[in-house]
Design a protein around this ligand. Sequence first.
Ligand SMILES: Nc1nc2c(c(=O)[nH]1)N[C@H]1C(S)=C(S)[C@@H](COP(=O)(O)OP(=O)(O)OC[C@H]3O[C@@H](n4cnc5c(=O)[nH]c(N)nc54)[C@H](O)[C@@H]3O)O[C@H]1N2
Ligand SMILES: Nc1nc2c(c(=O)[nH]1)N[C@H]1C(S)=C(S)[C@@H](COP(=O)(O)OP(=O)(O)OC[C@H]3O[C@@H](n4cnc5c(=O)[nH]c(N)nc54)[C@H](O)[C@@H]3O)O[C@H]1N2
Ligand SMILES: [Mo]
Length: 767
Amino acid sequence: MSHSKTSERIQPYAQPAGGLDSLKSTTVTLIKEKVPGSRYKTLFHQNQPDGFDCPGCAWPDREHTSTFEFCENGVKAVAAEATSRRIGADFFARHTVAELLEQSDYELEQHGRLTEPLAYDAASDRYLPISWDDAYARVARHLKALPHPDQASFYVSGRTSNETAFLFQLFVRMYGTNNFPDCSNLCHESSSRALPQTVGVGKATVVLDDFEHADTIMVFGQNPATNHPRMLNELRAAAKRGATIVSINPLKEKGLDRFASPQHPLDLLNGGARISSLFIRPTLGGDFALIKGVAKRVLELDDAAVAASGERVLDAAFLAEHCAGFDAFAADLRAESWPDLAAAAGVPYQDIDALARTYAQGKAVIATWGMGLTQHRDSVAAIQMLSNLMMMRGNIGRLGAGLCPVRGHSNVQGDRTMGIEDKPAQAFLDRLRDVYGFEPPRGHGLDAVDTIKAMLDGRVKVFFGLGGNFAMATPDTPRTFEALRNCDLTVQISTKLNRSHLIHGRDALILPTLGRTEIDRQKTGPQGVTVEDSMCMVHLSYGINPPASTQLRSETDIVAGIADATLGGGKVDWLGHVGDYASIRDEIAKVFDAFHDFNARVARPGGFHLTPASRERRWLTPSGKAQFIVNALEKDTPIARARALHGDQLMVLMTARSHDQYNTTIYALDDRYRGVYGQRRVLLINPEDMARLGFADGERVDIFTVWHDGIERRADCFRLVEYDIPRGCLGAYFPETNPLIPLDSVADVSNTPTSKSVPVLLRRAAA
Ligand SMILES: Nc1nc2c(c(=O)[nH]1)N[C@H]1C(S)=C(S)[C@@H](COP(=O)(O)OP(=O)(O)OC[C@H]3O[C@@H](n4cnc5c(=O)[nH]c(N)nc54)[C@H](O)[C@@H]3O)O[C@H]1N2
Ligand SMILES: Nc1nc2c(c(=O)[nH]1)N[C@H]1C(S)=C(S)[C@@H](COP(=O)(O)OP(=O)(O)OC[C@H]3O[C@@H](n4cnc5c(=O)[nH]c(N)nc54)[C@H](O)[C@@H]3O)O[C@H]1N2
Ligand SMILES: [Mo]
């Protein structure tokens, strides 16, 4: 294949984020994907009442109506689906799986849309066509042959609609297991586990409107210019009206500095709008200590105010009426040592003080966060500390203030709401039992990391992927590959070819599906599906493009077909529901009270808000209060132990996204805002570290993980790039670096891989 690749170069980017370059990039994307002109209109139906929900990210839309919001990376996501490239049986006849394995993830993505169901043939090492009925029968045969349903595991990636997710969890539970690994386990699980203990609900307490009333916005560990571009419009508007925006991030990310909104032509001329007025740059994984330090300082500022009979810094009324555990929390803060906190945060005391004062001055503060906060060993503690900090000044459940975990996949939040959850609540299971007349499995199932372990040691024999790219999204790549290859059957419901199709079990199926931008026509006509965004708005999404192939089936259809083949239609009329998705929404309404009158409420333009109790200051915690939680600053961590062994040779690596990828999908090879072009095997390093370690800019190094299990974990031949990153820290892209993340290097409680803090050593690469 020939590609129009940009040449490999490093060239710092001097422009603001957005701007003309982002418009230019859009044109390039549409041409590269050969998106037919007739489908350009798709772009303007993105996030419109009669259009589809952008498959790009979970950031909400303004009213989901009227104005089209330009989003460069939304265009990439849509164009990747609307591409005119196709791969069918002829392609797979030409290539063995072994040959395809030689191709990069970027090359695999370029082949285009899958068009027909395929089954792996071991004799020829090829995927061959199979009929839908035979494919369903094969899945059913495997599932029914397993001695116990817990020997199958059912992964969900966050693009799946509520309707599909609901049917899927019902099918899997009727089959008999709670093995629901999902992409959330790799993503915001730390938020979903932390918040229920503090404020009772693991979701955002804010809506978009709050961004118009906040006077202070703290953005922790996020790169919105790339991953949530539409968020920058909110930050821009807030900055324009004088709100203070703080970026807490080891990197000074472009979009958090300056942003030229393509929506506002003047921005394109005047160098863009300033976004953050304060940059706090902790070391990787330093946030817990940083936030705890800020909380300690806020307490001190309150002490001083009380002593001077001034206005309180703490919201004493909120604490008295709504909170529990504050005294123990305050005592713990007072006992904490400043030098320890500053050292662990990797910032001087002055920075902690500056952030504390900014926070304390804010009358309405929003805290947002992304993967920089969730993918560390102490992430749950860090998010609870942030929740504590926000509670100190009553910044939850009032206008312009609140907690805002910024989710990734466009319906990852809705999938969890629908019951894609390996640790389901008993009340929810009771409800399923009562509505459907079966006894659901009660124990905890397997999450993503534990599914890999179970496949490795043979406890799980069937892996089922409803979207996503499990082989590449997960840590410890060689072990994950071994795990998947250990299965009797792997099934992938997908839109495009990816490595999870090539790293397969003895039997393997590729079931090609419609994307969200495509018309989903069933018996009663074109169907809409619903999704829930990061701020709990549920709305309808209608595809508008003709399907990439006449043989494609919708995810809902495929899930129903497999459920019917496996369980029969006695208890649930699976196939009947496919004719009319409104009937699935009626089922959802029977199980979840919050979805009463679902069809009527979601028919309104913009949909409806699933208001979390925490937003209304009702606390669904054991104490019935907003609960302060004490967490100690841990000193005996894997990174501290690795440093004790290797001294200042030890570096800490974060693995993040480039501007031209969607998770494991590599659209192109640039990371414009970070000045990286035409390549992905780069390692961002502080110039002082580079000199100290005896390397030179542009030199190639191999990366080795320091871990205690004797397994060699390495990723080879990364080009060192001098970068403004704190000393001791390194930055690289995933999935290339996933082989470096040990399977058991996970966050406490949430079991999320520590993708943003991997202890590593560097060695000069062999020439
Ligand atoms: N175009 C595009 N959009 C996407 C995605 C995509 O791949 N491409 N992915 C989607 C998904 S699933 C998700 S979850 C989101 C992810 O969106 P982000 O959360 O923005 O994800 P990352 O690219 O991993 O960036 C993490 C940011 O955290 C910072 N960081 C790293 N370590 C630390 C730390 O220890 N502390 C702090 N304070 N900051 C740190 C990094 O410098 C970086 O700016 O985006 C979603 N949207
Ligand atoms: N090292 C490291 N690893 C990480 C992360 C990190 O920051 N660092 N981030 C983690 C995060 S936040 C996440 S969310 C996971 C993502 O993990 P996944 O969700 O598993 O991965 P994706 O790359 O989003 O999945 C892409 C594939 O989904 C399929 N697909 C796309 N659209 C559709 C659709 O509409 N329907 C169906 N059925 N299939 C579709 C396509 O075949 C495509 O190849 O990765 C995690 N892995
Ligand atoms: Mo994610």
